[in-house]
Design a binder for this molecule. Sequence first.
Ligand code: FMN
Length: 262
Amino acid sequence: MNIIEAMNERRSVRTFNGESISDSQKSALLTAIEDSFSPFGGNVSIRLKNFDLKAGYTPGTYGTIKGASDFFLVAFGNDDASALPAGFRFEQVVLQAWQLGLGSCWIAATFKGSDFEHGELWRDGESLRIVCPVGIAAKPGIRERLTRFTFGSKNRKPFEKLFFYSDFTREVSPGNRFAEALEMMRLAPSSVNSQPWRALVVGDTVHFYYTPKSNLSLIDCGIGLCHFYEDERFHGHAGRFSKTDNPPAPPHGWKYLISYTS
Ligand SMILES: Cc1cc2nc3c(=O)[nH]c(=O)nc-3n(C[C@H](O)[C@H](O)[C@H](O)COP(=O)(O)O)c2cc1C
């Protein structure tokens, strides 16, 4: 499965088969962590931890997650400069897991930190902000189906409501050079499926904006930008991200994030 297929197919998995991942899967995931990168700098610590379900220990997720023994722990600073890289880097690992046949689910709210942290030491300024089960998906139970229904998880906002061309009134045509990468961004996961990302294409530049919804919005944007960039990378485009001093003034309530030029 290539990365485009993974971005198209991925969904959050909250019900697992109760088995630990294999040694080879573990090793591939550790490589994915090692290889993950951020074009925005920033420190992020990502670890993979096994919990012995069979010995009766289940770390607390308030009933959200069932049957998972393996969890990623993601720690970073509680500031804007850390949130974007955290989203961008960890989503690379999530997509690699999906390509290995493993489901996962970003968890920022529904977990009990002390259950996961036993003995973990983080760099100065970092704390555990995200946990993420990883393993073989099992048939979703009523709780998972209800969660997905509550968040409207299978729905996404229409492309033409998120992404614009030249000014904020014109649509990005399907043949536009960035249309596929923006579609990958559209499909990305976000907290409570909030989809805060917005973009304006002007020539060979894409200006990214977001509509702040919560303190997780910049993490969400990092995830969306990861999908955009993975598509670019897949097609051999080597663009770069930078902040522009005078980005086009966005509609009310949007905040400028970053621009991408290739
Ligand atoms: C940053 C972030 C935090 C999330 N936190 C939670 C959470 O605490 N509990 C939960 O059940 N799902 C959580 N999710 C999963 C989202 O609800 C899910 O990604 C969204 O509904 C879209 O569904 P999909 O991932 O199946 O496409 C989180 C997702 C992201 C990106």
